[in-house]
Design a protein around this ligand. Structure first.
Ligand code: NDP
Ligand code: GDR
Length: 374
């Protein structure tokens, strides 16, 4: 074994960021341990390719069952793994769902972070183990000042954001109280072809692909006016690693500095398949229609309604505007984004078109194709 080979422990390894980060760290020569939950169906689609062979396991990539709500499990795993770096990515990460599961979200996202930090302290690993906490631009919530930086005040607007605010401060507190190397990455929205299907970007790229191929009639969304600073998950996981390589433990904003309304993301996604969408009406009455379709393969009538607003997707309290300033990360750590929004949309659309063409093929062969609108 390489004597300087590092060991990382990733919670949330089965999620979007967990998958990209595992790939990134394995390429760097790390031994990667991941925490996965027991589920009644397989939940490792995003990381299955990291096993070289289903029978001969990748010895550098090891999965363990566990849960952020189970301290004894977390403490035992950290004791066994003795990680150099912990990336705490596990969370109930859906803002809208957190209004329905506020207590669980507080437990997993807030107290879960405390459980990890405390395990490291109780095991006497404070000087060995570096900890990355997945903080979020949702902490800024209600707009007070833009662009948002490391010093912008927080005003969380959901049970998710409040839980993440606890996690943010307990990370800072353990750093200050016990001299631990623990950092918050305050990451703005980041997306990819493997983004969860219920987040707005992936919901849009899936629907635009399905509508083009005649597999879905219409896309229903909530607030089209919300503005987000969207980056690519690959750029952001690289930064998670860079944060833990810095000399000093600090907190960092990671963002592109460009903000875009949800409506524009819709327009860009449809444009990728040659469909120009025209928006008419305001508020809940707003709709999107096909204005022009340059691809004769997609038999879409001009004037067809492809988008409507459904108030069920509105949130009790919304975050209207996020735009981050990552100057500190750029100047002190040399971080740069390799993707801009058009490149991200293109990649997501290309990937979803491939997925949906398979669905189309199944449908044409007489198999039932389920409709996922969420
Ligand atoms: P995902 O929702 O794709 O992944 C979340 C991961 O956490 C999954 O592996 C999930 O497991 C796991 N998980 C959820 N609850 C628990 C639990 N109780 N115990 C153990 N594991 C659990 O999120 P992302 O990859 O997009 O985000 C990673 C982290 O970064 C999250 O903490 C998120 O809140 C935060 N974040 C994300 C941003 C983004 O734009 N993507 C921006 C800023 C912060 P399973 O697969 O079984 O559901
Ligand atoms: P967000 O992402 O809440 O920013 O949290 P999401 O993609 O869910 O919403 C972005 C914006 O789009 C609006 N929206 C809709 N959202 C969803 N999911 N579905 C819809 O139909 C819809 N219509 C409009 C939302 O109201 C919102 O304004 C993500 C998560 O990854 C968090 O874990 C992370 O912390 C933050 O990004 C940064």
């Amino acid at each position: 074994m390489n004597p300087i080979q590092k060991t990382a422990f990733i919670t949330g390894v089965t999620g979007q960021d967990g998958a990209y980060l595992s790939e990134f760290l394995l390429e760097k020569g790390y031994i990667v341990h991941g925490l996965k939950r027991r589920t009644s169906l397989f939940n490792t689609d995003r990381i299955d390719h990291l096993y070289q062979d289903p029978y001969v396991k990748n010895r550098n990539f090891i999965l363990h069952y566990g849960d952020m709500t189970d301290s004894t499990n977390l403490t035992r795993l950290i004791q066994e793994i003795q990680p150099d770096e912990i990336y705490n990515l596990a969370a109930m990460s859906h803002v809208a769902v957190s209004f329905e599961t506020p207590e669980y979200t507080g437990n997993a996202d807030g107290l879960g972070t405390l459980r990890l930090l405390d395990a490291v302290r109780l095991l006497g690993l404070e000087k060995k183990t570096r900890i990355y906490q997945a903080s979020t631009s949702e902490l800024y919530g209600k707009v007070q000042q833009v662009p948002q930086t490391e010093t912008t005040p927080f005003y969380p607007r959901s049970p998710y954001a409040v839980a993440k605010m606890y996690a943010y401060w307990i990370t800072v507190n353990y750093r200050e109280a016990y001299g631990m190397y623990a950092c918050n990455g305050i990451l703005f929205n980041h997306e990819s072809p493997i983004r969860g299907e219920t987040f707005v970007t992936r919901k849009i790229t899936r629907a635009a692909s399905r509508i083009a191929l005649g597999l879905q009639d219409k896309l229903y969304l909530g607030n089209l006016d919300a503005k987000r600073d969207w980056g690519h998950a690959k750029d952001y996981v690289r930064m998670m690693w860079m944060i833990l390589q810095a000399e000093e433990a600090e907190d960092w904003v990671i963002a592109t500095g460009v903000t875009t309304p949800v409506r524009e993301f819709v327009r860009m996604s449809f444009a990728e398949v040659g469909i120009e969408v025209e928006f008419k009406g305001i508020g809940v009455a707003e709709k999107g229609f096909v204005k022009y379709c340059s691809n004769p393969d997609y038999q879409l009538e001009i004037g067809k309604e492809v988008l409507a607003v459904d108030p069920q997707y509105f949130r009790p309290t919304e975050v209207d505007l996020l735009i981050g300033d990552a100057t500190k990360a750029r100047t002190k750590l040399g971080w740069e984004c390799q993707y801009d929004l058009p490149a991200l949309v293109k990649e997501m659309m290309q990937s979803d078109l491939i997925v949906m063409r398979k669905e189309q093929h199944l449908k044409e062969s007489g198999y039932t194709v389920l409709n996922y609108f969420e």
